[in-house]
Every structure is written in structure tokens, then in C-alpha cells.
Design a binder for this molecule. Sequence first.
Ligand code: PLP
Length: 399
Amino acid sequence: MTEPDNPRPAASIATTLIHHPYQPPAGFAAPQPGVFKASTVIFADSAAMRARDWKSKAGYTYGLHGTPTTFTLEERIATLEGGHHTVLVPSGLAAITLTDLALLGAGDEVLIPDNAYGPGKELARHELARWGITHRFYDPLDASALAAMLTPATRLVWVEAPGSVTMEFPDLANLVRAARSTGAVVALDNTWGAGLAFNAFEVGADVSVHALTKYPSGGGDVLMGSVTTRNPALHLKLNAAHMRMGWGVGANDAESVLRALPSLPLRYAAQDQAGRTLAQWWAQRPEVAQVLHPAWPGSPGHAHWKQLCTQAAGLFSIVFDARYGRAQVDAFVDALKVFKIGFSWAGPVSLVVSYDLKAMRATPAWQGILVRFSIGLEAVDDLIADSEQALAALNRAVA
Ligand SMILES: Cc1ncc(COP(=O)(O)O)c(C=O)c1O
């Protein structure tokens, strides 16, 4: 008997297209892991559904709590950071927020370096303050001052190396030792080091927060953050808060980061080399009062960087001589052609932002206007030529 050419399925075509019986053969292998997209996860039966523990990575419960794609990225980030457990959140700032909210409660205090990523300080000033969590800012270059600030209420101490605008590199080991002396948890913003320049856990951090938006994504097109620990009890707290607050990440974004991770060490090294070449070029310029790059001798905390690291991110700042005012510096920034004006760093496009130090710090260490450069993947000679031609606008504006 011959089969009909086009057998009609017993169910309607709409149902069959949804519940199609075909299963592709197992064992497909390719350079990149597959991408699994889900809000709903389907269970074999009711008992399987009831037996599921959302905290366990032995299976799946709901897209928010993990898919093969997000579990794979979590494991790779944990390895990159030298930790054991990672949770993913929708941005680097969300990673800071998750850490604060998971580990602090009313009556607790958090200490934050005064050169820390600004929005994390704003979070403390506003949301944390409204919820009865107090904060103080400390000088990251003075470990003994930090030690003197600790009280029994200090439950969390943030460290960041270096400060992401003024680039001071602290003595991490001493800061961590001071913070630990009263049992506070130490959280490190490890975005600059990217898991490559130094190991967060070897310097004593309990929690490492990473804006995957920067080097791990590398494209300037994804927002994501991670929170990594070695400590299972801390991870459980972070994971529980993560679950209750509903901060999952989408599969397409996780895939973008997974795709960029293999080139991370190469990109980091290339951007480091180009950043140092440019920092050195700026250091020779008469318009510049200070180069702020941890690998540059004379930059605050350079000795601490040298003790801990050989690598650096492609990120640095310069402070123009105080004779150049806002209009002149704006003329310089606006004259740049290869560098684009924009926030963030670690993508392929070199970026520039000028900051008002007086608005950022109670007692700015420098009088001139600060300009931060994020070095992308363009040819370094083109970046130098661009900087040089834009300096003509600075000097023209001052004349
Ligand atoms: C040091 C540092 N931490 C955290 C963040 C926040 O990352 P995101 O932009 O993904 O929120 C940034 C962003 O610029 C940063 O520079």
C-alpha cells in the first residue's frame, strides 16, 4: 500500500505546528553553545513540577531562574572570576543593587569608596537611605581611615580598583584586611580588571561584581551584570534575592556575551596596549597637568597596581591644565572625530567623556577639567592623530 503524498495530521494544523512530533537527533556539536529561550519550562509530570527546587542547577523551573544558556554563561563567568557561583542580572548597576539589597537590612551601614562608580553611590544616597540603610564614603587610598570608620553596624564594604573615572588604584589587600577585621562582607567592583588583571578572591573579596556590559560583552550593545562568590551561604542569599526580585536576563543577551567571551583576553590585551600608548602620548603634552592611568608612574596608587597586576584596562583619564576652562575642553572633545562622545567603555569604538570633578568630589585633587578616554579597537595611530588634531581646537579656543 502506498502512503498518501501529504498525510493530514489527526489534530488541526495549528495544534500540530505547536506540538510537532519531530525531535532533532541528539549530539549536535558546534563552536558556540545552543541558545535556549524560555519563560515557561515544561515538566514531564506534576510530580516532577512539585519536586523542582528553583535554587538547584540540577534542572529547570522557569526561565527567570535559569536556562541552559544562562547556566552556561554563569559557569563561564564564575571561572573567569575565579569564583564558584554566579548570578546574572540585567546590568552592572543591577549587580551592585542586588549585592546591596541581598546583604543589607534596616540599621546596617555600607561603606563605599568616594571614587566608586557614581550611580552605586546614588543608590546608597536614595533607595538604601529610604530603607533605613546608612552609608559613608571613604578615601580608598587610606586603609587606616577605613579601619577607623568601621562599626558593628558596618555589614558591607565596597572596594573598586581603580576608581572608574579618577583611576586611583587602592591597596586592595590592606583595605580588605581592614574591612574584614570586624566581619563585614567585602564586595569588589571587578569591572575594570575583568577577571584578567587580578583575581578578586585572591585579594580577599567575598563578592565580585562585574558589569558584563563592558569587556565580556565587548560590543557596546549589551547590558548585563554578574555577582560571583566562592561562599555557598553568600551565594544562597544573593540567589534568593535575585529570584524574589525577578532579575533574569534574556537568552539573546546571554548569547551575545557567550559569543564574545572567547576573544576577551585578546581584546583586553590589545585595548590595554593601545591605552598605555595613548596615556604615554598624553603625558608628553604641555596642555596636560596629570595623566590618570594605574600603569602610569605618578598616577595615584601606581605602586599598588604594580604590586598586583601586569595588565590594565584600556581606560584612562587626563586632567587638563587649569588654564583651560569648560568652553576650551568642550571644543577639544567636540573636535574629536574617531573618538565618540558617550558613556561606558570596553567596546570597539573609542569613547570620550569630560567630567566636572567639583560635582563629583567634595575636595577634588585637581583644579583642571578631567577627560576620560575608553580605548576601543581602532588603530592606535589613528587615535593619536585624532587627539592631536582636536588639540588644535582646544588651543584655538583659548587664544
Ligand atoms: C566600574 C563600573 N561598575 C559598574 C558599572 C555599571 O554597569 P552598567 O552600565 O552595565 O549598569 C559601570 C558602568 O559604567 C562601571 O564603570
